[in-house]
Write a protein that binds this ligand. Structure first.
Ligand code: HEM
Length: 587
């Protein structure tokens, strides 16, 4: 029987939410306000409440909006279109895309950096749009989510069709790009309700942007898979497939979460029978991770790499996309004080707090909670090495010299000497964080995962933090029984091998879709869609055949790409109990 929940204060406002929705339940994590989760990092409270709060270390919980059937995808239908007074946003979005029913007809909508009358007229129409009160959206969570989707797509459409100011080409500082009040005011009201920054996230492009084959019932991997994407920038099949394939990975991930949950149940018993079952679940988990990899690899056929790199990806760029010299985005329509308070978010760099230019990152599949949850379950440690911490600090001090480009990572150097850094090495402290440490970590040490956490919807962020602060005893148990139960160790390492295979394949995807495309010119067909002249001028594509240092290329999440991805892969191998038996040499 579960212990009684500790009594939390009644929320002062209640929206019409489903009875089992996390906002309608007594919270098991501490928040200052149920209605307006602030920029504060959520903390899991069950370990702080003298055993009164339930242990929600389950891998599916209404509190965390992780559905037993659909994982991180919502179990209820995504809203297709906002109606009534909010339809004006939808109409603005239709206009940007070039029409309401534009699917697979690229070239109809706005173009990144487009200087045509089309872009000019669209932005003018946005400038004269009224600021609409968001109160009526509070009727349901799916409506709030759709509002975030529509407003962030509009914000990206607006920013990326705004002509760059003349000062940006000279040595004088760049001006932050304005986001008009009709977009920024409602966006800044809706975003904290969802626990998201006011920028396009993976939740907007994937989790809340699909319909399954039969939208009236919950999606499932085999019977009712995600089938349709609601909103794209370009209307291309490539963009639809890019989002859809991520949604298919998520639904395959729901089964992985189920297996992890079952494994946890066995861990508590840990008798002979339980160890046998655990071995079976780990083997099944390995198959399921391979399924996620297989789905990921369908990207290679379904998405045109050239379209992805030149047409689609530029729309994703956030306010930090030019690295340390980014001017950021200016959310208009707020008073001086509001500007500080309302745009404050953990996702924001501390050095832009209170400033006009906000440097949020664009969306990345790294913002999906799925792989992070599997990492934590299998105890893959992604905490930075001493060397990497030093490089990160060096990058802050000498941003132009360093190869490791730091983007919006909030950097406040918490230490000054390498000795002190050494003392903070997680392996020397309690093994509580497993590389996914939460807010207790100084900001200067923010890892990729910590940064990506801030771009996940609040319940998913809380879920990952909860998992990481309540580490599973899986690895210690496997180590303990490795000699007496070699099949268990084999199954555990097998799951890690599958995760390593996923990362290997993902690197092939990144190589094709980013590295290789950055090295060549777009074809005539794609140049046309980009609104470029037929014959490129000599210096228009300086990157042609240029020797690009792959360590310099940054992802939309702002990482020094390949170095980072390789490290994620190698960290997976390091978690193995017998890496040598699997044929891996560890450094
Ligand atoms: C065309 C498809 C894709 C491209 C170009 C791509 C690109 C990238 C890039 C550039 C990063 C580095 C972080 C960043 O800067 O954002 C990254 C990280 C990541 N991506 Fe993807 N990605 C793609 C598809 C996917 C899919 C389908 C998944 C999920 C199943 C995924 C999962 C991840 C994860 C978990 C990370 C964090 C690094 C790690 O844990 O290994 N990506 N991706």
């Amino acid at each position: 029987m579960l212990p009684k929940r500790s009594v939390s204060p009644e929320p002062t406002i209640r929206y019409n939410l489903p009875a089992n929705h996390f906002l309608a339940l007594q919270p098991s994590y501490s928040q200052t306000s149920i209605e307006f989760p602030t920029g504060e990092l959520p903390s899991t409270s069950s370990h702080e409440s003298n055993g009164q709060a339930p242990n929600t270390a389950s891998l599916a919980s209404a509190d965390f909006e992780v559905d037993v059937r659909t994982g991180f995808l919502p179990g209820s239908k995504n809203v297709i279109r906002l109606l009534g007074k909010y339809e004006v946003w939808e109409e603005a979005l239709d206009a940007a895309k070039g029409g309401r029913y534009i699917h697979n007809q690229p070239g109809q909508g706005l173009i990144v950096n487009g200087k045509r009358e089309k872009e000019f007229l669209w932005r003018n129409a946005i400038d004269s749009m009224p600021v609409i009160d968001t109160a009526d959206l509070l009727v349901s969570l799916p409506h709030l989510r759709r509002a975030h989707v529509v407003l962030t797509f509009l914000a990206h459409f607006y920013v990326h069709t705004t002509p760059t100011s003349p000062s940006s080409s000279t040595s004088s500082p760049k001006e932050p790009i304005p986001i008009p009040a009709c977009i920024s005011v409602p966006l800044l009201t809706v975003s904290p309700l969802l626990g998201l920054p006011p920028v396009l996230t993976y939740a907007d492009t994937v989790l809340w942007n699909f319909l399954p084959v039969n939208p009236s019932i919950a999606p499932s991997a085999t019977l009712n898979p995600p089938n349709e994407i609601l909103t794209t920038f370009t209307g291309t099949k490539s963009e639809e497939q890019f989002f859809l394939i991520s949604a298919l990975c998520e639904i395959a991930g729901a089964e992985a979460l189920r297996l992890m949950r079952q494994s946890l149940d066995e861990l508590f018993l840990a008798d002979e029978k339980a160890l046998r079952r655990l071995t079976i679940y780990l083997k099944k988990l390995s198959n399921q991770i391979d399924k996620i990899s297989d789905v990921t690899m369908t990207l290679m056929k379904q998405v045109d790499p050239e379209e992805f790199y030149h047409l689609i990806r530029p729309w994703f760029r956030g306010g930090d996309s030019d690295g340390p010299t980014s001017a950021g985005w200016n959310y208009l329509g707020l008073t001086e004080n509001d500007n500080v308070e309302k745009t404050s978010s953990e996702a924001e760099s501390s050095n832009t707090l209170g400033q006009k230019g906000k440097k949020f990152s664009g969306p990345s599949a790294g913002q999906s909670s799925l792989i992070h949850a599997i990492d934590i379950f299998l105890t893959v440690d992604h905490s930075p090495t001493v060397q990497e911490r030093l490089e990160a600090l060096n990058a802050v001090e000498n941003p132009t010299q360093s190869k490791i480009l730091v983007d919006s990572t909030p950097i406040v150097p918490p230490f000054s000497t390498s000795d002190e850094i050494q003392q903070t090495k997680p392996s020397q402290g309690p093994p509580s964080s497993h590389g996914h440490s939460s807010s207790s970590s100084p900001k200067g040490e923010a890892t990729f995962v910590q940064r990506m956490l801030q771009y996940m919807p609040l319940p998913h962020r809380s879920f990952i933090l909860h998992l990481s602060t309540h580490p599973t005893p899986l690895r210690p148990l496997v180590l303990h029984f490795a000699h007496s139960h070699p099949a268990l160790a084999l199954a555990y390492d097998g799951a890690l091998e599958a995760l390593r295979r996923f990362r290997e394949k993902h690197m092939r995807v990144v190589s094709l879709f980013i590295i290789q495309q950055a090295r060549r010119q777009p074809s005539e067909r794609v140049r046309k869609l980009m609104g470029l002249k037929e014959n490129p001028t000599e210096n228009e594509f300086e990157t042609e055949e240029k020797q690009i240092d792959i360590n310099e290329i940054r992802g939309t999440g702002g990482s020094a790409l390949f170095k980072f991805l390789k490290r994620c892969r190698d960290n997976t191998t390091k978690a193995m109990v017998r890496p040598n038996a699997a044929g891996y040499e560890l450094e």
